[in-house]
Design a protein around this ligand. Structure first.
Ligand code: HEC
Length: 123
């Protein structure tokens, strides 16, 4: 899709400057790792990570970006049949080769976001 878009940008260069610039803007807005920013209760601007970002930062090293890597004995998350409660317990407390992720994920909200993201790895 990006390649196709790139080609259409090239085709438009020179013929229509407005379209050219709006295409560049579109390309920028396509890049995925944009962290959301939000104000916390005391009015500070804080970064809010999505479930996907948290997963890629904290879990993908063992489980892989698609959940199926299985490094150091990690389970294939795309096949996991655990319910939300057991999934949460393993994430918080760890199990065998999996370290507890309670502190790395920092908040209950982040844990829930990651659990939600895990659903997308399943078929
Ligand atoms: C250091 C490697 C490592 C990291 C980092 C890691 N895991 Fe694991 N994970 C494992 C291993 C090993 C197991 C298998 C545990 C066992 O023996 O049942 C596992 C199991 C799991 C299971 C249970 C799956 C099942 O069906 O039994 C879930 C859910 C899970 N991990 C989620 C996560 C999430 C979410 C993160 C990031 C917040 C994460 N893991 C980070 C290694 C890791």
């Amino acid at each position: 899709m990006l390649l196709f878009h790139g080609l259409s940008v090239l085709a438009m260069v020179g013929s229509n400057k407005y379209l050219f610039f709006s295409s560049i803007l579109l390309l920028f807005s396509c890049s995925s790792n944009v962290s959301l920013k939000e104000k916390n209760k005391t009015g500070e601007i804080i970064e809010v990570s999505t479930g996907k970002e948290l997963y890629l930062q904290q879990c993908a090293i063992c489980h892989g970006a698609d959940g199926r890597l299985g490094a150091s004995g990690a389970k294939d998350l795309s096949l996991s049949k655990l319910d939300e409660k057991s999934t949460k317990a393993i994430i918080l407390n760890g199990k065998n080769g999996m370290p507890p992720m309670r502190e790395l994920l920092q908040s209950e909200e982040n844990v829930l976001k990651v659990i939600e993201y895990l659903q997308k790895l399943k078929k």
